[in-house]
Design a protein around this ligand. Structure first.
Ligand code: COA
Length: 445
């Protein structure tokens, strides 16, 4: 069977930055470590006044096409995943294709376009759609572009305000991919949940604490479902485990639970038992309360063990390096986690070709999905070509007053104009409104 997977990726961050320790925490009267240590975030990315989900997605897609030497004729499908859409009918992929047609010869009239919605998991679902389209033999030798693009904004004063972010990841899905091959094994955990939703409103109604619990519950189901098709997961099977990262502290919780799950009834549990005892089993306790207390104690002890710390430092922490500086990118977040991991491998001189990654996506509402990927021989060249460090370093650092103006500027309810803080260069920009209320874009050299 021909390999199908992610051939290349490109990233585009919003051009502005809000520093959480220096700017956000003092304004809220909080200890900066609540953000840097507790949530695990240093800063969030924000869109400048001329940026939005279309410009960020189009800019990432253009970088992808330029770097891979692609023309519109090479692309048979453009899917966008977003939970920040401003149009209930016309998909964001048509706006992005329109942008790209301004700068390339030819057009995308032959390309199937759509938009996927299921909170943050929609990016992974769009990758699945592209994979299935190629596997079904309907691609006529063409590749698909999947764009995960979001402005993750919360109402001011919401607990989620510290976890905002803005950016896009464009992924090229092809046969014989250079970056990762996708496995056919998948596990799902999906249920009707009310943890985070936007019923025809821009900013989410979110029950933050509950969303953390739902994330963990659905991930656990997805892991069990994955194991039912792929066999038991062993802790050393995967070189990295990129998770959906609303904030790194969330992944810290999920990783510890995953570790406990996959080491149960294994030699690792026995080895650890000398220091911290065996894992509590429900049948050994009279009631749920006692059992849950024992689990909490076991987890606290587990997180202090050398075995767990080494595994976390090697397999999970490298997936968080970009998220720490840019915040939550919703649909793009798990795809940024994959890039962070491979970028760390490159920086530390680790050859991961042929190694497997366990990728764990999540969307509120709620669904988790877990699948395996195999790193391909071309990974080093693909990752070395990214300029995400420069993009992150070049962002304009907002003061608190400027942050409030930027938040208002992107609030669909307030019609506020704002001078840009950065000068756009070689990128698509929002250029005003058309006669039917459509947003218009142009390319700035
Ligand atoms: N030093 C170190 N850590 C600190 C700290 C300090 N001074 N102050 C607080 N913390 C820790 C807390 O202990 C907590 O960690 P823990 O959960 O491991 O105990 C963490 O920082 C966050 O503090 P908390 O008081 O829970 O923050 P909060 O009430 O402001 O909100 C969320 C946290 C996640 C509920 C909020 O950010 C949110 O609503 N986010 C949006 C929804 C979301 O992303 N959900 C995730 C699933 S998709």
């Amino acid at each position: 069977m021909t390999a199908v997977g992610i051939d290349a990726v490109e990233v585009w961050t919003g051009n502005l930055k809000l520093d959480l320790a220096e700017t956000f925490a003092p304004e809220k009267g909080d200890d900066p470590e609540k953000y840097t240590k507790g949530l695990g975030l240093r800063a969030s990315s924000f869109p400048d006044s001329y940026e939005d989900i279309v410009t960020m997605g189009a800019n990432a897609s253009k970088e992808l096409m330029d770097r891979k030497g692609l023309t519109p004729d090479d692309i048979g499908r453009i899917d966008v995943a977003t939970e920040s859409s401003f149009d209930n009918s016309k998909p964001i992929s048509t706006y992005i294709a329109g942008c790209l047609e301004q700068v390339y010869d030819g057009d995308f009239h032959h390309a199937n376009k759509g938009e996927r919605k299921f909170a943050c998991i929609a990016g992974t679902q769009s990758v699945d759609d592209a994979y299935n389209w190629i596997r079904a033999g309907r691609n006529r030798g063409r590749s698909a572009i999947v764009v995960a693009t979001d402005t993750a904004l919360y109402a001011r004063g919401d607990a989620g305000e510290a976890t905002q972010g803005a950016g896009a990841v464009a992924l090229l899905i092809s046969e014989d991919p250079d970056l990762v091959e996708l496995s056919t094994h998948q596990g799902y955990g999906s249920a009707d949940e009310t943890d985070f939703l936007k019923p025809n409103q821009q900013f989410p109604s979110v029950d933050g604490k509950r969303s953390v619990q739902v994330y963990l519950a659905r991930m656990r189901e997805a892991l069990e479902d994955y194991e039912s098709v792929a066999g038991d997961v062993h802790i050393d099977d995967f070189v990295y485990a990129p998770f959906h990262t609303p904030f790194p502290g969330m992944v810290r919780k999920a990783a510890a639970l995953a570790y406990r799950h996959v080491t149960r009834d294994t030699g690792v549990e026995e080895e650890l038992a000398e220091g911290i005892g065996r894992q509590p089993r429900r049948e050994s306790f009279d009631d749920d309360g006692q059992y849950e207390e024992a689990v909490r104690e076991y987890m606290d002890a587990l997180k202090e063990t050398e075995q767990y710390r080494d595994w976390y430092a090697g397999t999970v922490d490298p997936t968080l390096s970009i998220a720490r500086d840019v915040g939550n990118w919703y649909t793009a977040s798990v795809h940024l986690a994959r890039i962070s991991a491979l970028k760390t491998a490159l920086e530390t001189g680790r050859d991961v070709a042929g190694e497997s990654m366990l990728v764990a996506s999540y969307g509120s509402g709620a669904q988790a999905e877990i699948h395996g990927e195999t790193v391909q021989d071309g990974w080093e060249e693909e990752i070395a070509a990214l300029d995400i460090d420069e993009q992150v370093a070049d962002r304009y650092d907002l003061s608190w007053a400027e942050y409030e103006q930027v938040h208002d500027r992107h609030n669909h309810e307030t019609d506020s104009e704002l001078e840009e803080f950065t000068a756009p260069e070689a990128e698509f920009v929002f250029d005003g409104w058309g006669r039917m209320g459509e947003r218009k874009y142009t390319y700035v050299e």
